[in-house]
Design a protein around this ligand. Structure first.
Ligand code: AMP
Length: 221
């Protein structure tokens, strides 16, 4: 079962595609952003602290995020059975900490889902998300019935961090903090670059091919 990391700018489609990849390979989808949002809506002290950073587009401090991953990848669960990590790692320090947590069970592949800045800006500004199941919509492609999710009937809303200022800050931090991780995985021979522009199904096929090609080249998965 593969251990995968999905990298890419905010709005590249990581969340949606990571969920599909996890279903396809029968592994767990772990999104640190989702964990923080769920905790924030439960109103836990931990969630409310994370929300302060998220709403301004800042990164949640490394020690908090690494603590979450330490718990999610404790021995016995997805660490052995496989996972798709979405939104983690986001800094070089987190990538190094992930290697520590993996403890000799290396990632199979880190995939950079590549989408140009102009496209993600449009996607983020128009993005609306189901508050219940997290299905993603766009103002130009809304649910069929008055912002009620087609999948689960939940309310479809704008994320608190999809404001213009927070979007700018998140993309700036992506360049500063997350882009160096791409080189980190490239140097380890673990990186695949996948074009994230185009229809969701096509992008998904490209992702699955990238995983399978890398696996057959390395005789794993
Ligand atoms: P996402 O859903 O991945 O776009 O994450 C939403 C927000 O959660 C980010 O803008 C950060 O504030 C926070 N966050 C999620 N994952 C991380 C991480 N690995 N490191 C730091 N902050 C994170």
């Amino acid at each position: 079962m593969p251990r995968l990391v999905l990298l890419g700018k905010q709005g590249a489609g990581k969340g949606t595609q990571a969920g599909r990849l996890a279903d396809h390979f029968g592994v767990v989808h772990l999104s640190t952003g989702e964990i923080f949002r769920a905790q924030a809506s439960l109103g836990t002290a931990f969630g409310l602290e994370a929300k302060r950073y998220m709403d301004s587009g800042d990164l949640v401090p490394d020690e908090i995020v690494v603590g979450v991953i330490d718990e999610c990848l404790a021995p016995g669960g997805p660490l052995e059975d496989g996972f798709v990590l979405d939104g983690f790692p986001r800094t070089l320090y987190q990538a190094q900490e992930l290697d520590r947590v993996l403890d000799g069970r290396p990632l199979d592949l880190a995939i950079n889902l590549d989408v140009p800045r102009e496209i993600v800006l449009d996607r983020l500004a128009g993005r609306r998300v189901c508050d219940n199941c997290q299905r993603v919509y766009h103002v130009n492609l809304p649910p069929s019935n008055d912002w009620i999710c087609d999948t689960c009937g939940g309310p479809v809303v704008q994320r608190d961090d999809d404001t213009e200022e927070a979007i700018d800050r998140r993309l700036e931090l992506y360049e500063q903090e997350t882009v160096p991780i791409i080189e980190y995985y490239r140097a380890k021979g673990m990186l695949a670059e996948v074009d994230g522009v185009g229809e969701g199904d096509k992008v998904f096929d490209r992702l699955v091919n990238a995983v399978n090609e890398h696996a057959s080249a390395n005789d794993s998965v």
